[in-house]
Every structure is written in structure tokens, then in C-alpha cells.
Design a protein around this ligand. Structure first.
Ligand SMILES: *Cc1c(COP(=O)(O)O)cnc(C)c1O
Length: 363
């Protein structure tokens, strides 16, 4: 079976170095907030082009802690999309704030900036653009609206490590950028991990305290924090993989281009890339009217395809209460999208098998 994502293949690509990095931590004996975490924080923030990086337990926590550190909570509204991983919305709700959904642009699958003003109220405190599938959201108009209405911008860059928008990395343009290192992400740990990056020193300090009980010095809490630390072993693994992120992203882009050229005339909508942007293809998402049959056809030929995501957040039982009537593109797209296998280790033969299987499919 050709898998949609394959973190195990990635482990084997860098096995020797990863094993060595893990072993160093084991023998070093410092297992929480040691040198690996602080080195990785600096290296990753430097890569993104932000001054500060604070490692946390996962991507959902990165979003939640960034929101809390910017002062968002009970009674506030946070604008985001419904076409996203549920984590984006869960993080908002966990702070006590209310998520307010804006429709996506059906060409690029990211927030439609022209629809934001309609939902801005005097309770709106922040916008979370999601760089979904590895495609940067259209940040310029978003940042402009945020400036005009004094809103914070927290980028959800959990699917876009290394993506570029007008030569700036996603995660470096807002007040804070949030990343997940879930194993299948473009930069993935062998377990959970996340990071907040920011250029704001005060915000960085607050996040740093909040992630460990609000401690400035040990055992004295200055804020009501909690425990959401990135662990030393994951940081050591991520330091190895960060070195290969650009070349791994290039492999994803190469695969996407190959898919594009072969699939574009098969009654399938291929992914569009925004001008002046570099998409990093965390997912390669096509659209088709015959999705369920195509999934079955692929499966019977040894190809796993998946749907990201089958049910928009506002239609899920837990989040129906936040639904509104202006999410038509979100609802339409959710019925047609299909993610084909994409990961750096995917071979040319495997790509050919996928495209040939699709070509044989009779719509
Ligand atoms: C993966 C993901 C998250 C959450 O990351 P976790 O590390 O799984 O908590 C948040 N937002 C988006 C868009 C994601 O894809």
C-alpha cells in the first residue's frame, strides 16, 4: 500500500543520525528543557526568520499558549476558518474565547480576506489565518485589517514549515507563529511537539513562563501557567530533521509538479499556488466530483488517499454552536477534496503508479 503520509520512511532516511541524537540525550541525563530544546528553539526560530522560539508540547498548545499570552480569553472573539484541522478551533475554545468562522477562497483553500470585515465586531481580538496544506494564506490584506482594527495575528503554520509568502516564511509575519511537529508534518518529531515563534520579546517571555507553571525562577509562579513543554528527545530528533527540511520540501514540490502535469487534463482540479508564494505541499489536494469512487478505485490498486477534512469544523457536533450562514465555499469544497500520497521519500515509480491509477479511472 502506498500511504498518504509515511513518517516511518522518513525515520529510515535519517536513522543513523536520529538514533545517535536520541542516544546522546539518554546518556546526557538531562531529559527536560536542556540544551537540545534551547538549541532547537534558536535554530528553528532562525530558520523561520523570527527572533524567539519557545518549544511546547504540540501544535494545539502552541496556538492556545500564544492566544493566552496575547491576553485573549473569556468574552473575546477570534476569527479563523472552519476549513482546518479541528485543533485550530479547539485551541481558541480552550482559552474561553469564541471562534468566528470566515469562508475560504475556493481556489487556494485559505481564509478569504474580503470576507473578514463582515464579522469584525468590538469583541474581535485576533485573527488566526491557517496556512493550510502548506499554502500560505494571503497575509497582506489580513495584516492590513489587523492593523486597522488593532487585532492580533496568530499564524497557524502547523502545515507550512518553510513555506514562503513574498519572501517571508509563514509564521514570521504575525504577532506569533505556531507550529506543530506531529510526525506527519513537514518537520515531524517521533511523537508530539510544537513551537511558538515571535519577534516580540515580551510575548516570548510570557509564553516561556506560561509553558512551565508561570515560573520565572523555580517554584515561584508569576503567572497561572501549566506544563506544556517540548521534551529533550523530540528536540534532538527535530534538530536532525531541520537540517533536511529545505531539501525534503523540495522533494514534495517536485512530486506536486509531477502530479500537476499528469493530472491536469483528467477532469480533476489540481492545487493552485498563489503568486509570490512557495507552497510546501504538506498535502497534495485535488478536487473531484467522484470522490468516493475514486478513493475506492485507488484503494483497490494499492493507493491510500485521504480527506482533509471530511466535515468542516462548524458542522461537527461539538462546534455546531459556532456555525454561521456564510461558509458556502467551505461546505462545497469539503465534499470534493482528496489528498493523494505525498512525502519526501515517495519514489518516482510510486508516483507513476498513483497517476496511472487515476488515469485509468472512469469518471
Ligand atoms: C496538526 C495541526 C495542528 C495541531 O497540531 P498538534 O501538534 O497535532 O496539536 C493545528 N493546526 C493545523 C492546521 C494542523 O494541521
Amino acid at each position: 500500500m502506498i500511504l498518504c503520509a509515511n513518517p516511518k520512511a522518513q525515520y529510515f532516511s535519517y536513522k543513523e543520525e536520529i538514533d545517535c541524537a536520541i542516544n546522546n540525550v539518554l546518556e546526557n541525563g538531562r531529559y527536560i528543557l536542556g540544551e537540545e530544546v534551547s538549541l532547537f528553539e534558536n535554530e528553528f526560530a532562525g530558520y523561520i526568520g523570527a527572533k524567539y522560539g519557545i518549544g511546547v508540547a504540540n501544535g494545539t498548545e502552541a496556538l492556545r499558549i500564544a492566544l493566552i499570552a496575547t491576553g485573549i480569553g473569556e468574552g473575546d472573539e477570534v476569527i479563523t476558518v472552519s476549513h482546518t484541522a479541528v485543533a485550530t478551533v479547539s485551541a481558541i475554545e480552550q482559552t474561553g474565547a469564541v471562534p468566528v468562522f470566515v469562508d475560504i477562497d475556493s481556489k487556494y483553500y485559505t481564509i478569504d480576506p474580503s470576507k473578514i470585515l463582515k464579522v469584525v465586531s468590538n469583541r474581535t481580538k485576533a485573527i488566526i489565518p491557517v496556512h493550510l496544506y502548506g499554502q500560505p494564506a494571503d497575509m497582506e490584506p489580513i495584516l492590513e485589517i489587523a492593523k486597522r482594527y488593532s487585532l492580533k495575528v496568530i499564524e497557524d503554520s502547523a502545515q507550512a514549515h518553510g513555506a514562503l509568502y513574498k519572501n517571508r516564511r509563514t509564521g514570521s509575519m504575525g504577532d506569533a507563529g505556531c507550529f506543530s511537529f506531529y510526525p506527519t508534518k513537514n518537520l515531524g518529531a517521533i511523537g508530539d511537539g510544537g513551537m511558538v515563534v515571535t519577534n516580540d520579546e515580551e510575548l516570548a517571555n510570557k509564553v516561556r513562563l506560561l509553558r512551565e507553571y508561570g515560573w520565572k525562577e523555580r517554584y515561584v509562579s508569576h503567572y497561572s501557567g501549566w506544563n506544556t513543554r517540548l521534551d529533550e528527545i523530540q528536540a534532538a530528533i527535530l534538530r536532525v530533521k531541520l537540517k533536511y527540511l529545505d531539501s525534503d520540501n523540495k522533494k514534495r514540490v517536485r512530486t506536486a509538479k509531477l502530479y500537476n502535469t499528469i493530472l491536469c487534463n483528467n477532469g480533476i482540479i489540481i492545487p493552485a499556488q498563489r503568486k509570490d508564494s512557495q507552497h510546501v505541499y504538506h498535502l497534495y489536494v485535488i478536487r473531484t466530483q467522484n470522490r468516493e469512487r475514486l478513493i475506492q478505485h485507488l484503494k483497490s490498486n494499492g493507493v491510500q488517499a485521504a480527506v482533509h477534512y471530511p466535515l468542516p469544523v462548524h458542522l461537527q457536533p461539538a462546534y455546531k454552536k459556532f456555525a454561521n450562514d456564510y461558509l458556502k465555499a467551505t461546505e462545497r469544497v469539503a465534499n470534493e477534496i482528496l489528498s493523494l500520497p505525498i512525502y519526501p521519500e515517495l519514489s518516482r515509480e510510486e508516483i507513476e503508479l498513483v497517476v496511472n491509477t487515476i488515469k485509468e479511472f472512469k469518471a
